[in-house]
Design a protein around this ligand. Structure first.
Ligand SMILES: O=P(O)(O)OC[C@H]1O[C@](O)(CO)[C@@H](O)[C@@H]1O
Length: 332
């Protein structure tokens, strides 16, 4: 029950959120505020899980030259730091928060450019870290590993398939949140390397399915194809329309009216943290109460995060209150 969740972020980012009254491309803007926080998908998941009280360890790659904000976040939230340091700077991703419509525009940079030899060595170090940590878990603990985000230029885009194989070898459960080629490569891998759970958004699932998914039925059909491939839980996030949770035997849709967001950056990561927290609490996606708990908690994490800048959750009681009000619909 108290096992540490491990997060893996190959391509973290410092998120620089620039707040504007109104974004008008092609014109000069005066920003009203700027805020920088340590981010990147797996880092955000770790931060939200730590807020919830789940013990977390973070691994992945950090540029030595600007590692301080990440180190401060880890120290502040009690996250065990197992990130490998490399020469250079972690990327700075630009987030433009438009206050006129509460939309955020993301400009994500490619990330560290590392030579083939360095990349190979770093990948090996991260692999050893994952294996080293998993070896320390009790044999029957089925530890949870969240691997999330893009991969740096030059890294094998099929990296999550080999990570999946390593995790499964140690009885671990992989939750994967990535997109594009790394996602399609992970989903095309042999069944024994597949993640336990994925959380694509509609566009990412459409890319995998190679067809538009305009209706709930179409989304369910694509998610169920992935279930049959061997992925036990497919969560499709639908922005303001909530999310769909599809396990091998059940499907539900969850939604909560969205407050006016301060920033949408990292809401999907908070959703991943919420579903991980529910799995960590032993929620079983093959039972209705279990799948409902996963849906309620992950929706509440995502909506709770929207009111904050950076990967931070409101207090536990606020999250539980939000979770209780999530609208749940069982799908046929
Ligand atoms: O790894 P990717 O896909 O470039 O996404 C990274 C971005 O996504 C976020 O994790 C938000 O989901 C940001 O913190 C970060 O800038």
């Amino acid at each position: 029950m108290m096992s540490t969740v491990l997060t893996l972020t190959f391509n973290p980012a410092l998120d620089q959120t620039i707040t504007l009254d109104r974004l008008q491309p092609g014109t000069v803007h005066r920003a009203s505020a700027v805020h920088t926080n340590a981010g990147g998908k797996g880092i955000n998941v770790a931060s939200c899980l730590a807020d919830w009280g789940v013990p977390v360890a973070a691994t992945g790659i950090l540029g030595r030259a600007n590692a301080q904000p990440f180190e401060a976040l880890f120290a502040d939230k009690g996250i065990a730091d197992h990130c490998v340091r490399v020469d250079g700077e972690t990327r700075v991703n630009i987030k433009i928060a438009d206050q006129s419509n509460a939309d955020t525009t993301d400009i994500n940079l490619p990330g560290l450019v590392l030579g083939e030899t360095v990349l190979g060595a770093v990948r090996e170090q991260v692999r050893e870290t994952v294996i080293g940590l998993l070896q320390d878990y009790p044999a029957d603990s089925a530890p949870l590993v969240v691997a999330a985000g893009s991969v740096p230029q030059g890294m094998d885009p099929a990296v999550y398939a080999s990570v999946g194989a390593e995790i499964r070898r140690f009885g671990g459960r992989l939750i994967l949140d990535t997109s594009g080629v790394p996602l399609s490569a992970a989903l095309a891998a042999p069944e024994r390397t597949l993640p336990l759970c994925i959380k694509p958004n509609r566009a990412e699932l459409e890319q995998w399915a190679a067809t538009p998914l305009d209706t709930l039925e179409a989304i369910l059909t694509a998610a169920r194809r992935l279930n049959r491939r061997g992925i036990a839980l497919v969560v499709v996030s639908l922005g303001a329309e909530g999310a769909v949770y599809v396990s091998s035997s059940l499907a539900i849709r969850a939604a909560l009216p969205v407050v006016r967001p301060l920033s949408t950056v990292g809401a999907g990561d908070a959703m991943v943290a919420g579903l991980t927290a529910a799995l960590w609490e032993d929620a079983n996606p093959e039972t209705l109460p279990g799948l409902e708990r996963i849906a309620r908690l992950s929706t509440a994490f995502a909506v709770g995060k929207l009111e904050r800048l950076g990967p931070n959750l409101p207090p536990r009681a606020t999250i539980e209150a939000l979770a209780a009000t999530v609208a749940i619909e069982v799908c046929a």
